[in-house]
Design a protein around this ligand. Structure first.
Ligand code: PMP
Length: 401
């Protein structure tokens, strides 16, 4: 079924791939590290060039045309982010977008400027210990800061289920209590590639507990709707969504409020205006390409790789175990497949793959959980990757059996 998907989308994908200069200029190389950062289409490069040659100025400060244009760009892109995230009410003032340098900074900002201001002694928060450390460290820091002020907050782990590779919604009721005030979760896992099914969290925690979503691996890869997910914060990195490094945003639902309004504190200084220009172009590009099609493509590529690998004895594929059973039709890794070779250390495997032109990630992948830190190889695809690239990668991996 997923192979049919690849056939159907192939002509579209071929045209889309041609719009990434770094990809077409390096036919000898295969970039499969898009979970770390994405490549940029020509439209984003053009937007950067146009901004810097027609309007470069500071935002929110000057009154001359370039400054006004820059201020308008920043405000327009704030609205664009809301729209892109399926916020049905972008002009109502019920939500806010705050630009940040990326997901790490965004989650830190939520922790520092929002979480620490309204928890009281004895409150509990739920955090994902087995996810990216960017989605754990800020909450632990917040606990420490609160403790210094005499406010003691209990941090509990979101239960994780190895079989299905997502949060264990059956174990959730045992972790949630009347003092649960906040849940931090991840949309798509950065190692396992699985959808963490956060919609089940809302059902489990009820209507009043704020949920903060790390969408670093979903924005730009698949449709993300704040309306459907019913979360209170969405944090993402622009650079993983085809925009420049140093870009990202926090979307915050301010009303109906499940906590105080999100008002990041302090003097903000000069925003990354050229980054914002790249983000606007990237979101336009993604909408035109269709995030649903991008998701179908990358999911099908990941399924092809998983299918090819799961029968090979030396390899252990991480994440959703149910998907690896011989008769499983479950192949829902969102473009990310991580694995270990029992006889070859991950970093060696990374070097071997690069000797064949494949650029993949090979280390402990910034995973927070204590027993999750053994190194692995992560292959992560985006819309510019082809079936042929996955098949060539597979033939190299087969040759190492
Ligand atoms: N969360 C997840 C799930 C990620 O994959 C990453 C990046 N690997 C981050 C957070 C951190 O993103 P950034 O480095 O852009 O701040």
């Amino acid at each position: 079924m997923l192979d049919d998907e690849l056939k159907e989308l192939a002509p579209w994908q071929q045209e889309i791939r041609s719009r990434f200069p770094i990809i077409t200029r390096h036919p000898e190389l295969t970039y499969l590290d898009s979970a770390a950062t994405s490549q940029k289409p020509q439209a984003v490069l053009d937007a950067v060039q146009t901004y810097l040659t027609t309007a470069n100025a500071n935002a929110g400060r000057g009154t001359y045309p370039w400054a006004n244009r820059t201020t308008a760009l920043v405000e327009r892109t704030r609205r664009r982010v809301k729209e892109f995230l399926g916020d049905r009410d972008p002009d109502s003032g019920r939500s806010a977008v705050h630009f940040v340098g990326g997901t790490t900074e965004g989650l830190r900002t939520v922790a520092r400027d929002w979480l620490t201001t309204h928890l009281t002694d004895g409150d509990e928060i739920l955090v994902p210990y087995a996810d990216h450390q960017a989605n754990l460290v800020p909450w632990l820091e917040a606990r420490r800061q609160l403790a210094e002020r005499g406010v003691h907050v209990e941090v509990r782990g979101l239960p994780y289920q190895a079989e299905s590779g997502d949060y264990d919604h059956r174990a959730l009721p045992g972790t949630i209590g009347p003092r649960t005030r906040f849940v931090a979760a991840t949309h798509i896992h950065h190692v396992y590639g699985g959808d963490m099914n956060v919609h089940r969290l809302r059902a489990a925690v009820g209507p009043n507990v704020p949920i903060c979503l790390d969408a670093a691996q979903s924005v730009g890869h698949l449709p993300v709707s704040v309306t459907e997910l019913d979360v209170d914060f969405v944090v993402f990195s622009g650079h993983k969504a085809l925009a420049l490094p140093g870009t990202g945003a926090v979307w915050a639902r301010n009303a109906p409020a499940r906590g105080p309004e999100f008002r990041p504190g302090g003097w903000q200084g000069t925003p990354n205006t050229v980054g914002v220009a790249s983000l606007e172009a990237a979101l336009d590009w993604l909408d035109a390409a269709g995030t649903d099609r991008i998701a179908r493509w990358t999911t099908a590529l990941a399924a092809r790789l998983t299918d090819g690998l799961r029968h090979l004895a030396p390899y252990e594929i991480l994440g959703c175990r149910a998907s690896l059973a011989a008769d499983s039709a479950v192949q829902r890794r969102h473009g990310i497949v991580s694995f270990r070779h029992h006889g070859i250390p991950a970093d060696d495997l990374g070097f071997i793959l690069f000797s064949h032109g494949f650029m993949v990630r090979a280390d402990s992948l910034c995973q927070a959980g204590a027993d999750e830190t053994a190194a692995s190889v992560r292959v992560s695809a985006h819309v510019y990757n082809t079936v042929e690239e996955i098949d060539r990668l597979l033939s190299v991996l087969v040759s190492l059996c």
